[in-house]
Design a protein around this ligand. Structure first.
Ligand code: NAD
Length: 300
């Protein structure tokens, strides 16, 4: 049975590792969090005492970590995963990180003879659980062909894209999440206006879904509590996708926009909204909690 070393078993990595197990892969797992690790063991993974131990003997190494600094600390240096793997091993990092760090990882991987790809995902926890994630991959065409096999066990085959060369997956992901933040805020504002004027948010959501305002936040992540079963709004805005992670992603998108001389004004404004939610102590809540701040301030 082919083995995946899975590093980072949080809100996303946990269910992704379970889908690998359900699709016939063996999983050796490592996470700094004991509870995350024991959940994975409960699903059939074998716990390892470190990332390098998990990676030892694995056919593919997969990471799903918070940010670039975590991925670097796991992959690089004398104790890092890259320096302990046989040449030709496939390493896929699905964390959302800055494109510059992803490119740095590609260079280090090449120096160690490792086949590396940046493979960030979209779809959120629900898609991670359902095995229907989208993957956007940066790196060589050869690595992409190899990666597809394992990615299919966690994602929807039609949504596995070769975005382009080193770091291209992270560029696509930063741009996508900037758009997600903007349409989530817009969706919340539209629902708040409707509710403040007597509309039932369920009815208004159905209208907008059938109209030109339709978007992903309305389709699968409705931010008004109780409108959609399973959405974080109905679970006291427990993540889901944390405000802290969205604020991080907006920082990445704005950095990229500045480096590329693109004036991403709405992205900057969305970033300010998410930073103010962080300042209000809501960093660990779901990013759709922006709804609550609008309703509170309006008294709707
Ligand atoms: P999370 O915080 O729930 O999980 C991250 C896990 O990494 C935690 O269990 C943590 O203990 C572990 N970790 C941190 N440093 C580690 C290290 N050095 N070694 C081993 N384990 C370590 O985050 P998440 O929501 O699962 O997100 C993971 C990544 O996926 C992030 O980059 C995020 O931006 C991205 N992402 C998240 C979503 C979402 O909806 N949650 C959607 C798409 C992409």
């Amino acid at each position: 049975m082919p083995t995946v070393a899975f590093i980072g078993l949080g809100n996303m990595g946990g269910p992704m590792a379970k889908n690998l197990l359900n699709n016939g892969w063996a999983v050796t797992a490592f996470d700094l969090s004991e509870s995350a690790l024991s959940d994975a063991v409960g699903a059939g993974a074998v716990a390892a005492p470190s990332a390098t131990d998990a990676a030892s003997g694995a056919d593919v190494v997969f990471s799903m970590l918070p940010a670039g600094k975590h991925v670097k600390s796991v992959m690089l240096g004398d104790t890092g995963v890259f320096s302990h793997l046989p040449k030709g091993t496939l390493v896929l990092d699905a964390s959302t990180i800055d494109a510059a760090t992803a490119r740095e990882l590609h260079v280090a991987a090449r120096d160690s003879g490792i086949d590396f790809m940046d493979t960030p995902v979209s779809g959120g926890v629900a898609a991670a659980q359902a095995g229907t994630l989208a993957f956007m991959c940066g790196g060589t065409a050869e690595a992409f062909l190899r990666a597809k096999d394992v990615l299919k066990a966690m994602g929807n085959e039609e949504k596995i894209f070769h975005a382009g060369p080193d770091g291209a997956g992270q560029v696509a992901k930063a741009a996508n999440n900037m758009l997600l933040a903007i349409h989530m805020i817009g969706t919340c504002e539209a629902l708040a206006i409707g509710a403040a004027n007597g509309l039932d948010p369920s009815v208004q959501s159905a209208i907008m879904k059938a109209s030109s305002g339709n978007n992903w936040s309305l389709q699968v992540y409705n931010p008004w509590p109780g409108v959609m079963d399973g959405a974080p709004a109905g679970n006291d805005y427990k993540p889901g996708f944390m405000v802290d992670l969205m604020a991080k992603d907006l920082g990445l998108a704005i950095e990229l926009a500045e480096q590329s001389s693109v004036d991403a004004d709405f992205g900057r404004r969305a970033s300010e909204v998410y930073q103010s939610l962080q300042a209000a102590g809501l960093g660990r809540d779901d990013f759709s909690i922006v709804m609550q701040s609008l309703v509170k301030s309006d008294g709707a």
